[in-house]
Write a protein that binds this ligand. Structure first.
Ligand code: BG6
Length: 294
């Protein structure tokens, strides 16, 4: 038995012989499905998500680059769309690799995007030369997504990046997220007030905050439901974690969010570097990653 790959015009699907699978849209290199061996879906994807490239995907794992949110870097980011252009650009599938000696239990898919292949409007809005290499690695018990950003031009640039994972849950009121005790955070619903979190994160309304876990990028984040641990998120070189649930009103206001009570079945836990700005000088590279363990 072998890893199977199908590469259509719009998406790449990979499956392990044991049944685990992942689907990545070339639009945004957005992971839109990740299933375990029993076919259980781990990611939330809106029923009204646009998968035809006309809009960023509502669900799965959109990739945020080079700016998080509306941007706060003055002139340099003012013309960029919310969360940047990477999730709105068509990426190239660069191929798959399996690991020697373990070829039935792991598959890695590589995707690329560079400034040259970017739509004119985005090149104008962000006139730097860069390369992005995004790898999605599926194993029997985990999914890893890795972003490598290179500065291929002469000018230094500043960026933010984030892996905007929408986790599927059964009931948000039963969810608790650990790893944030003592974490400083920015409350995006309270005028970006700076606060400090204590204990686990639970949900009784809208939540939209940027945490910087006190244990640093190596601090694990765990998602539990009904007291049972569901997933464990391990970061590499990504110091911030955004946690977001839109609740009733925000969900109602998003045309591509369906069903309207879908906020009960999702939570975004987003590993990234978004509180400040990463600077890349000519020829330099930045690498950040997350591994989600079942
Ligand atoms: C989160 C932000 O990362 O993304 C939220 O913290 C935002 O403020 C959410 O609402 C969704 O953003 P978008 O652009 O996909 O609607």
């Amino acid at each position: 038995a072998q890893v199977t790959i199908s590469h259509g015009n719009a998406r790449v699907t990979a499956a392990l012989p044991t049944g685990e699978s992942v689907v990545v849209l070339l639009h945004g290199a957005t992971v839109i499905s990740w299933k375990d061996a029993s076919g259980d879906e781990k990611l939330w994807l809106s029923e009204a998500a646009h998968l035809d490239g006309s809009k960023a995907v509502r669900g799965g794992i959109p990739l945020v680059f080079p700016v998080f949110g509306a941007g706060s870097n003055g002139e340099k980011t003012k013309d960029l769309p919310q969360h940047g252009f990477a999730r709105n650009a068509r990426w190239e599938f660069l191929g798959k690799s399996t690991s020697e000696g373990d070829s039935a239990n792991v598959v890695k898919l590589d995707f690329g995007l560079s400034s040259e292949s970017l739509a004119d409007e985005y090149q104008k809005a962000w006139p730097y030369r860069f390369g992005l290499l995004y790898s999605v690695t599926l194993t029997r018990e985990s999914l890893t997504t890795t972003i490598v950003i290179t500065n291929d031009g002469d000018e230094p640039f500043e960026f933010q990046t984030l892996l905007h994972t929408y986790f599927r849950v059964k009931d948000i009121s039963q969810v608790s997220i650990d790893g944030f005790d003592g974490a400083p955070y920015i409350d995006q619903l309270a005028n970006r007030a700076a606060k400090t979190h204590a204990g686990a994160i639970t949900f009784d309304g809208e939540l939209d905050s940027i945490y910087t876990p006190a244990g640093g990028p190596k601090q694990e984040v765990t998602l539990s439901e009904g007291g049972r641990r569901r997933v464990r998120l391990v970061r590499d070189n990504l110091e911030d974690v955004v946690v977001w649930n839109p609740h009733v009103a925000k969900a109602a206001g998003m045309a591509d969010f369906a069903p309207k009570d879908g906020w009960r079945n999702m939570v975004c836990i987003e590993a990234g570097s978004v509180r400040g700005w990463q600077r890349l000088d000519k020829g330099d590279a930045f690498e950040g990653a997350q591994t989600i363990h079942l």
